[in-house]
Design a binder for this molecule. Structure first.
Ligand SMILES: [Zn+2]
Length: 465
């Protein structure tokens, strides 16, 4: 058996001039802002197709549409990669109310969480116990939870400037709350929407029962932040009030779907791949404009901007529109498995999945040596105010590609308004600003251009051992 070790060498081309780079980057930004296409693509995805839940007719339409559009760009290759995806359907709209005394009710906006089971056909009406997180369940114990609905009301922390950190701080109550509460005999769970604003939109999102037995599973739903405030206040006045909800969503068998892929073959190093991508699926309540139609069209724009500005990449530039990020990540997993099998060498994978808002910069999951070179490009982004370069999370769909040589990166737009829309009915096209969207596409194309021009890599050197 021979041993191999991976040797990674990043060499900054010494003779490069920042001036030439600055000119190409300016051409990219000028084209993106004056001759935009991404915004039109997003308009179609959002307003002609709509929410694109995995396995839905809309998801299939989005695959067809984006493939067709990529084919108009004169790429070297456009293809579909088969992915089996879970198919969860919402069924008829959910319904809920707070009952303060017999006959006195307040309806509240509610949505089933993705992956949840239905309530019994007649719904569930029960007393409510409020908690601030999963850790509270143990403190309360079975005696105070059994036969009730658990109301997870931990809000996102408003003091955190990075709203994704606030999201991470409480999303486990949505994701794992049902499984945990069922262990204490709860009948169902109600979660405060992951939203920093007080409004009437319930926000859905993935939840999981893990390996929990089918008959032990309980239904899970989210109510709007205003409804969460109302429920909490009402409970303080009278802990004996009842909450009613009804939903008839279900999980069907997996179906066949696809990642949509297109590429420009590299002129000098066709075997070295630079990937840009977003996820084509979305939740079904809105039209998935910010999450993640924006990331998809920005990624498509990267290739179009190269064509438009006449830049011929040395390495292969590939766009991947991943399927099923929201409730399974199957597209990202299948892509990475195939890349590994075929021995493809990914130099960079860049994802946009944080909304189509004003770009601030990028976060990088890469080696210190790679980051050192990336930091040297920061001045090139200063004219566009997109020069926040930090180490950190890249993107969900490219996560499975992680190894010790591929640099992973994520576009980092301003995050202040993202969770006003995330997974809710108001994630719609009119909330995306054309210039902000196109600036993000140009920033991505610029980073890809710099990687293409200046990063070289040697891999998989056999050792004599
Ligand atoms: Zn997303």
């Amino acid at each position: 058996m021979r041993n191999y070790f991976i040797l990674l060498v990043l060499v900054a081309t010494t003779a490069w001039s920042q001036k030439g780079d600055a000119e190409q980057i300016k051409a990219i930004f000028d084209t993106s802002l004056s001759d935009a296409k991404g915004y039109d693509w997003l308009n179609h995805l959002s307003n002609q197709i709509g929410g694109r839940l995995s396995g839905s007719v809309q998801a299939e339409q989005a695959i067809e549409y984006t493939k067709e559009q990529l084919e108009t760009l004169g790429l070297d290759r456009v293809w579909l990669q088969e992915v089996k995806v879970p198919k969860w359907v919402r069924g008829t709209p959910e319904f809920a109310y707070i009952e303060t005394s017999p006959g006195f009710t307040n309806n509240v906006p509610i949505t089933a969480l993705g992956g949840s089971i239905a309530t019994p056909a007649a719904g569930i009406k029960a007393n409510v116990v409020e908690v601030q997180g999963i850790e509270d369940l143990e403190k309360l114990g079975r005696a105070k939870i059994e036969g009730k609905l658990v109301f997870f009301n931990k809000p996102m922390d408003p003091t955190l400037i990075n709203t994704f950190a606030a999201y991470s701080g409480c999303v486990n109550q949505r994701y794992a709350g049902a499984k945990e509460a069922a262990a204490y005999g709860a009948l169902g769970i109600i979660v405060r929407s992951m939203n920093l604003r007080l409004d009437d939109f319930p926000h859905t999102g993935a939840m999981s029962y893990g390996d929990q037995d089918l008959k032990e599973r309980i239904p899970a739903a989210a109510i709007s932040t205003n409804a969460a405030e109302l429920l909490s206040t009402t409970l303080k006045l009278n802990p004996n009030i009842l909450f009613y909800f009804k939903q008839n969503c279900r999980q069907l068998l997996d179906v066949t779907s696809y990642n949509v892929i297109g590429e420009i073959k590299g002129s000098t190093y066709p075997d070295q791949v630079i990937l840009v991508g977003g996820h084509l699926d979305s939740w079904d309540l809105g039209d998935g404009s910010h999450d993640d139609g924006a990331g998809c069209v920005q990624s498509m724009e990267v290739l179009r901007l190269f064509k438009k500005t006449g830049y011929k990449p040395k390495k292969t530039i590939r766009v991947v529109l991943f399927m099923n990020e929201e409730n399974g990540l199957r597209g990202g997993k299948v892509y990475a498995e195939n890349a590994l099998k075929s021995g493809e060498n990914h130099l960079l994978a860049l994802e946009s999945d944080a909304g189509g808002f004003t770009p601030r910069g990028f976060s990088f999951d890469c080696s210190d040596k790679q980051f050192e070179q990336i930091l040297s490009w920061k001045p090139l982004f200063e004219p566009y105010y997109i020069h926040l370069f930090e180490k950190g999370f890249s993107g969900p769909d490219i996560g499975p590609l992680k190894n010790n040589r591929t640099a992973l990166a994520g576009l980092r737009p301003d995050s202040q308004r993202y969770f006003d829309h995330h997974h809710a009915e108001n994630d719609t096209f009119e909330h995306v600003n054309k210039r902000e969207l196109q600036l993000g596409a140009a920033a991505m194309a610029s980073l890809v251009f710099l990687f293409d021009k200046h990063v070289t890599e040697a891999v998989a050197k056999p050792t004599g051992k």
